[in-house]
Design a protein around this ligand. Structure first.
Ligand code: SAM
Length: 453
């Protein structure tokens, strides 16, 4: 294992550019470190009156809406939502994420995927499923590792499955991964809405929902996906837990405000844990549903999920925030013009995963990448690079990804694994092996340090 991992991390050469971002912002404001924002486009600063109008009509018709409904509308409304209308990850976009900062990030995740596929006994089928793939850069870097390590994958049938709600971003992903080798699927009864083929002949399919992805052994990747899912907010009061809702401000009818429900809602009665000690809680029920789907698939079909996001372990209270440009943005101001996000509560993900799968993490991004051999990988790239500015960018992007004061400690990795992955393989009956010689499970890359002997 250790020599294979060493080969995986150090042998392949960069097939594209060393560093994706032309220039990296220096020390973004602390609050904005979750995403490193570049200059914002003028189109993204325009107010979105139509979404505000839509939300106001909804509130007038049915009363205040939950924060989850507000967040869902603002981010993914099919006409005016932030992710649907905005090209926030394009050249004139708003922010840069880890896969956009350096191709090393995606390459190391590619190594993780292959390592977990090997740890599961190298099944004949490998579905790589990415949730919320943004611009497609992460998948593209993972696939480059697959191409480089094709002999390791042998004759396994590999396919790529993208779960993306934004038609605009799915087009960008298709261009990144397939060039022009893709097309929309017209038939309404199809679960796939776009299909394509990569330059190396891998089939790529796009779906709106995880449930639509075919069953089969799969490795799931979700980078900055869960933080974009809608959260409910709750507040402890003298009368018990109440839900925080979004209402029209009666004093300024073109503005929204937060209100607290006078009586319990279905969500406040069912989503807050009985032994909760905090006074304010955010619960992402949609994340819970996705985690349960992942856990069920991994239990039934084998595989693993790797989730990377900023978050906490059930300790924080009020993390719902908006971002526009390099600044924090009022979540209720000009809805649809800014990104909305909330920290991922990993303790909740672990709880909803239940006992059917094993959970590892969260570990910090710095720990994970260092365990994955980012230092070795950086040295290999530097050895092969003589251009001073590229060398400088390589070192600077390494720093952004791993420095505890930048992304190193803010982002965390969390994994769902099939239980068999962590248990010792059983000695076949009738074979009398000495106890000490029975094989140990392969270590899970990233969560344990790999020794390169
Ligand atoms: C913050 S971006 C992260 C993009 C990319 N993973 C990265 O790290 O660069 C969130 C991604 O999730 C997608 N997304 C948001 N909500 C979604 C949902 N409910 N279902 C599927 N995709 C969603 C967005 O369109 C976008 O591609």
């Amino acid at each position: 294992m250790s020599s294979t991992m060493k080969a995986l991390v150090s042998c392949y050469v960069p097939a594209q550019r060393f560093v994706r971002a032309a220039s990296l912002p220096v020390a973004p404001p602390a609050a904005a470190q979750r995403r490193l924002w570049s200059s914002s486009s003028s189109s993204q600063n325009k107010p979105r009156p139509s979404l505000l109008r839509h939300l106001s009509s909804k509130i007038k018709a049915t009363g205040p809406i939950s924060v989850a409904e507000y967040m869902r509308e603002v981010l993914t409304n099919p006409v005016t939502g932030y992710y649907v209308r905005n090209n926030m990850l394009g050249p004139e976009g708003d922010f840069i994420t880890s896969p956009e900062i350096s191709q090393i990030f995606g390459e190391l995740l590619g190594v993780w995927v292959i390592s977990e596929w090997m740890g599961a006994g190298s099944p004949k089928q490998l579905q790589l499923v990415e949730l919320g793939p943004g611009k497609g850069s992460l998948a593209s870097d993972v696939l480059r590792v697959f191409a480089q390590l094709r002999p390791v994958l042998g004759d396994a049938s590999v396919s790529l499955h993208m779960v993306e709600v934004s038609p605009a971003l799915s087009q960008l992903q298709a261009k990144t991964l397939t060039g022009n080798q893709h097309q929309e699927v017209e038939t309404e009864d199809e679960l796939v809405y776009r299909r394509g083929e990569t330059g190396t002949g891998l089939l790529v399919s796009w779906y709106h929902r995880l449930d639509d992805v075919p069953k089969g052994f799969s490795i799931f990747l979700a980078h900055e996906f869960f933080d974009a899912l809608p959260i409910h907010k709750f507040q402890r009061t003298d009368k018990g837990w109440r839900e925080v809702m979004v209402d029209i401000d009666p004093e300024q009818p073109d503005q929204l405000r937060f209100v607290v429900t006078p009586s319990p809602t279905l969500a406040s009665s069912t989503l807050v844990q009985a032994d909760e000690l905090r006074d304010h809680v955010e619960v992402c029920a949609e994340a819970g549903v996705v985690i349960q789907q992942l856990a069920r698939r991994i239990t039934e079909d084998g595989g693993a999920a790797l989730i990377a996001d900023y978050g906490h372990d059930g300790t924080k209270t009020d993390t719902f925030r908006g971002f526009k440009g390099h600044q924090l943005h009022d979540v209720l101001a000009s809805p649809g013009s800014a990104d909305l996000t909330a920290d991922v509560d990993f303790s909740y993900l672990r709880w909803v995963a239940g006992g059917g799968v094993a959970c590892l993490g969260p570990v910090s991004q710095r720990t994970f990448l260092k365990n994955m051999g980012i230092d070795t990988r950086l040295q290999v790239l530097l050895r092969n690079c003589t251009d001073p500015s590229t060398r400088k960018q390589l070192i600077s992007s390494y720093d952004v990804l791993t420095n505890p004061a930048k992304m190193g400690e803010r982002f965390h990795f969390f994994s769902l694994l099939h239980h068999s992955r962590l248990t010792k393989p059983r000695t076949p009956e009738g074979l009398k092996l000495e106890k000490k010689r029975s094989p140990a499970p392969l270590p899970v890359a990233g969560f344990t340090q790999l020794t390169f002997s």
